[in-house]
Write a protein that binds this ligand. Structure first.
Ligand SMILES: Nc1nc2c(ncn2[C@@H]2O[C@H](COP(=O)(O)OP(=O)(O)OP(=O)(O)O)[C@@H](O)[C@H]2O)c(=O)[nH]1
Ligand SMILES: [Mg+2]
Length: 482
């Protein structure tokens, strides 16, 4: 309820040098002055030093500042109390604030929700803020900041305005029923629908936004004993997986989250793939390895360099299509897909011949990195070789306002279905000259209704046309104090 004043500790739980408590709402100023009397004389946005009090008792020596509505984060009167960050101090100050009339503890994301409700930011910006707070890598941070800055909101608003523009054209047909046919058969109208549909179609194809936000997956696959777990450990910088000279050491999928140049990457080490095994546990491991590889954004195929097939005593640098397979154990086509694969030739330290820089496997050319996986510099070289693949998979998200959540895609899908229906109605109406009515509505009315629903769906993303339910869902994922 907006007429209540909310309070929460804005800094993370635990002990710190300073903790910040934030109050927002109509009673914030009164409650703030009650616990920090000096705020009474303070001009807005000026930090004051003084005593934090609970009645006659001094709680802390602290700093406080107030922001007058509407010039605050939430758009309401906001007070910030900066006290010492000990647990007992924070608890005592919080209790003193909560003892003030009409003050209660804030729910998850309630400060941000109030900011949205007072028009301080749209819903996509609020999501950007939540992402920024949670960002673990550079790419996530940059993307969240763009979304907070309104880039995604603008994209959706421009789509909504285009739908509303088309709706205005159709509504002209309602006002002038004699010209309805002419208006609905206007080629520019159909063109407007088609260009929106095409744009939405490609927006739904982009996965970059979600890949940067949620991270990419990388699967390490290859024959037993190739050095997959050694590679996993080199990339992780610690002994995540067991390495042994025995073939078939790794059975389960071993996962580890890493950051490569700011991209969040979930790396999976898998069981070695071989043609025949009677061991049921190994069979299950191989099945999991293939499933993991198929679902991965990037696949690293590890092969022992000694498994390369020689051609005239030399390894061909770019092996021609005719000499496939070039490896004794080539990867099954399903695991090493085009554009997302890197071949790592391990045990390069045991080879004297020059090794190829790329390999053609099953008609596709893959970059090759030959190295000694047990050597200290291996991780650096692996990261450098992986970066272009990761960037390509993330779609080089720099500068773009990608759809980052399922909620965004769902709205675009819904709007797309409505506009598609509008297009069908227009073309059907004009082709068959059947401007007759359905349920007593004129054709223009039916088209207009589809467009209104499309505009509504697009508007839910920014919060322009959002119901309480949508707000509840979005803010339920926020933490208290945000
Ligand atoms: N000399 C040398 N030895 C390596 C290299 N890479 C891995 N090894 C050794 O090869 C053996 C097998 O390595 P692992 O990393 O366990 O191989 P894997 O592919 O995980 O094997 P499985 O889990 O059984 O499928 C270990 O003894 C490693 O130390 C390399 O580049 N050079
Ligand atoms: Mg292993």
């Amino acid at each position: 309820m907006q007429n209540e004043t909310i309070v929460a500790v804005a800094t993370p739980p635990g002990v710190g040098g300073v903790a910040v408590l934030r109050l927002s709402g109509p009673n914030a100023r009164l409650a703030g002055v009650a616990v920090f009397p000096k705020l009474l004389q303070a001009p807005p946005r000026r930090m004051m030093w003084g005593e934090l009090r609970d009645g006659a008792e001094t709680l802390d020596d602290a700093l406080a500042v107030w922001f007058a509505a509407p010039h605050s984060f939430t758009g309401e009167d906001v007070i910030e109390l900066h006290c010492h960050g000990g647990r007992a101090t924070v608890a005592a100050v919080l209790a003193a604030v909560l003892a003030q009339p009409q003050v209660r503890l804030a729910g998850p994301g309630e400060f941000t929700r109030r900011a949205v409700e007072h028009g301080k930011m749209d819903l996509t910006a609020a999501e950007g803020l939540a992402d920024l707070i949670e960002a673990e890598t550079e790419a996530q941070r940059r993307q969240a900041l763009r979304q907070l800055g309104g880039a995604l909101g603008e994209r959706f608003e421009s789509w909504r305005h285009r739908v509303l523009g088309l709706l205005a054209q159709v509504e002209a047909g309602l006002d002038f029923p004699d010209e309805e046919l002419e208006i609905l058969s206007d080629a520019r109208l159909a063109e407007g629908f088609r260009s929106l549909l095409a744009e939405w179609d490609s927006a739904l194809q982009e996965e970059a936004g979600r890949k940067v936000r949620d991270g990419l997956s990388l699967a390490i696959v290859g024959a037993p004993n190739a050095g997959k777990s050694t590679l996993m450990n080199a990339l992780s910088g610690r002994e995540v997986a067991i390495v042994a000279a025995t073939a078939g050491t790794t059975r389960d999928v071993v996962r580890q989250v890493l950051a490569i140049d700011g991209y969040r990457l979930e790396v999976a080490d898998t069981a070695g793939l071989r043609d025949h095994t009677t061991d049921t546990i190994e069979q299950e491991g191989m099945k999991r390895a293939k499933t993991t590889a198929k679902a991965a954004d990037v696949v690293v195929w590890v092969a022992d360099a000694r498994e390369l097939i020689m051609k005239g005593g030399l390894f061909s640098k770019s092996i021609s299509k005719a000499v496939a397979p070039v490896l004794k154990n080539p990867p099954p086509a399903e695991v090493l897909a085009e554009g997302r694969g890197l071949v790592v030739l391990s045990h390069a330290d045991l080879m004297t011949q020059e090794l190829p820089k790329n390999l053609e496997i099953e008609g596709t050319n893959y970059p090759v990195l030959a190295l000694n996986l047990t050597e200290a510099g291996a991780a650096k070289r692996l990261q450098a070789a992986l970066l272009p693949l990761v960037q390509a998979q993330a779609g080089l998200a720099e500068g773009a306002a990608w759809l980052t959540r399922e909620r965004h895609s769902a709205a675009v899908r819904e709007a797309s279905a409505k506009v598609g229906e509008a297009l069908v109605l227009c073309t059907k109406g004009t082709r068959n000259q059947e401007l007759g009515t359905r349920d007593g509505d004129s054709m223009a009315e039916l088209v207009a209704q589809e467009l209104r629903e499309a505009a509504f769906a697009i508007g839910t993303v920014t919060g322009r046309t959002t119901s309480e339910d949508v707000l509840d869902v979005v803010f339920s994922t926020f933490c208290i104090g945000k």
